[in-house]
Design a protein around this ligand. Structure first.
Ligand code: PNW
Length: 521
């Protein structure tokens, strides 16, 4: 079964000669063509979503408000299309359709999240919302009935507004309140759910919501709040993990992991020593800062992160570092606090050193890092500026993670996908999945990395945070103008289903017609 299955590396199928004549993907090295690697038997395929991005029903069934509800109601211009998540894809009412869609893809795994304020409307366990609990129990039971294993995230960016009023993740007390939430959830759903994810993308959430202001809670506490957010979210994660370990694991027999956002950062000039150092500094300040405390042998923040922020704080006249310190006990609680790691990966950036850029705040995570990020103009573009297509980056981040943190903990790619214009004949998405999944095959078969699963983002078009409904990541189209929120399969559903079914990538399955225009053409 998922996550508990043993490691199986090296199911190499010998070159199938007929394939040699066929053109491979654009990023295949010539020597790879015809290798016809397959995904190992224990490798799982799934799709991902998150509660706030699809559920809607923001004030139904006793749900309390989350920061995204509050922020979007108070600032109607926050999103590019002046939209909010009040209805979203209406999955709260239409979850049976969602389950059918996953079934039609032939997938056995679904990653989604629980809305904290649907279970605890005020954030604390003094008031448990029975209707919310019954809703998720019904939904999880239906998934299991359909032979779909749910992987459930406790926190995908929607903190209850009541707790935000106390400072959200800047408040150390939130570690206790998250533990209480986790206790309620493990207790009430642990018979049905065996695979838990504590946090989705601490790094991205804290940058967008605390260092900057493009995500809720839009604090713009650059260089300060962002590090408190990292720190207390990390500690809250460890608390939930240790709680499960101590009180639930023995009889519930589940696994608890965490999802990190890990794009790839390559040196702008691969030959330049300075650019190589800049790329590595960026990785440590943005990947290592979250991964090292949990997955390294030694624990704690990476030494380079500690010294960069301590030194910069001192230079700026602070008598204490803007990055808080863990106690010895906290280092130990965090060290090893995950049974698996989920990597969300979308794109690659080019890194070079810079001490200041236009738009950087002082102090800020950007300024502390001292690295400028750019895109290679030759990489295909997408429906969002930050996402350009460079499949080898996925293999690089898997290798990097393995090199730094070992291969003991299985890696799952918990999000990967392309934003486009929303067309039903989504050949660019088909090719994105083919190319990125091929890099996963190379990481498994040629690098010996312990990757055990892949989840496409996303099952359907959804509320894409500050981009509202304008940005389309779905395998299924959702008609947000219709009260029914009608779902329609895009062509990529066929090709992704084919990969999951055959456990191979066939680059000739559903090739684009001659007149196909790529996104940027
Ligand atoms: C992820 N970046 O966020 C989130 O987990 C999802 O909720 C979201 O919908 C999805 O990606 C697609 O946007 C990210 O700028 C947002 O590199 C931005 C970045 C990475 C991850």
């Amino acid at each position: 079964m998922f996550f508990s299955s043993r490691v199986a590396i090296g199911q190499v199928v010998l070159a199938n000669l007929s394939l040699l004549n066929l053109v491979g993907g654009r990023y295949l090295r010539e020597s790879d063509v015809g290798k016809n690697y397959s995904f190992p038997d224990n490798f799982v395929f799934g799709v991902s979503t998150a509660a706030f991005q699809i559920e809607g029903a923001w004030n139904e069934g006793g749900k309390g408000e989350s920061i995204w509800d509050t922020l979007l109601h108070e600032n109607v211009n926050f999103t590019n299309d002046r939209s909010n998540g009040d209805v979203a894809a209406d999955s709260y009412h239409k979850y049976m359709e969602d389950i059918d869609m996953i079934k039609n893809l032939g997938l056995g795994y679904y990653r989604t999240s629980i809305s904290w304020s649907r279970i605890l409307p005020n954030g604390t366990d003094a008031n448990i919302n029975k209707e919310g609990v019954l809703y998720y129990r019904r939904f999880f039971k239906e998934l299991l009935k359909a032979d779909i294993i749910p992987i459930i995230t406790l926190y995908h960016w929607d903190i209850p507004t009541a707790l935000m009023k106390l400072g959200g993740w800047c408040n150390a007390k939130l570690v206790d309140y998250f533990e209480d939430y986790a206790r309620v959830v493990f207790h009430l759903f642990g018979d049905l759910i065996k695979n838990w994810i504590t946090m989705n993308e601490i790094h991205q959430h804290c940058i967008g919501g605390y260092d900057s202001n493009f995500y809720a809670p839009a604090l713009s506490s650059s260089g300060f709040g962002v590090y408190l957010c990292f720190h207390y979210m990390l500690l809250a994660h460890a608390r939930a993990y240790r709680l499960y370990e101590k009180h639930f694991r023995q009889y519930q027999r589940g696994k608890v992991g965490i999802v990190l956002d890990n794009n790839w950062f390559a040196p702008k000039d691969p030959k330049s020593r300075e650019d190589q150092e800049a790329a590595e500094r960026y990785r440590q300040m943005h990947v290592g800062v979250i991964a090292h405390p949990i997955f390294s042998d030694t624990g704690d923040y990476p030494a380079i992160v500690r010294s960069i922020i301590d030194d910069m704080s001192r230079k700026q006249g602070f008598s204490r570092s803007r990055l808080p310190y863990f106690t010895k006990e906290e280092v130990e609680a965090l060290r090893g606090s995950a049974d698996f790691v989920g990597l969300n990966h979308y794109t690659t950036f080019l890194a070079s050193a810079s001490s200041m850029e236009e738009g950087w705040q002082l102090p800020s995570l950007d300024h502390d890092t001292g690295v400028k990020l750019e895109k290679d103009p030759s990489w295909p573009k997408s429906g969002v500026p930050w996402l350009t297509v460079h499949p080898p980056g996925l293999r690089e981040i898997i290798k990097y993670f393995t090199k730094n943190y070992g291969r003991k903990k299985p890696i799952f790619i918990t999000e990967n996908g392309l934003a486009d214009n929303g067309e039903l004949e989504d050949y660019d998405r088909i090719s994105y999945f083919n190319e990125y999944l091929y890099q996963v095959l190379l990481a498994i078969h040629e690098d010996g990395c312990n990757v055990q699963g892949y989840f496409a983002w996303s099952l359907m078009d959804d509320f894409e945070w500050n981009d509202g409904y304008l940005v389309k990541f779905g395998l299924y189209h959702v008609d947000f103008n219709s009260p029914n929120r009608t779902r329609t399969p895009k062509l990529s559903t066929k090709s992704y289903a084919n990969i999951a079914r055959t456990r191979r990538i066939d680059f000739n399955y559903l090739k684009p017609p001659k007149n196909h225009h790529h996104y940027e053409d």
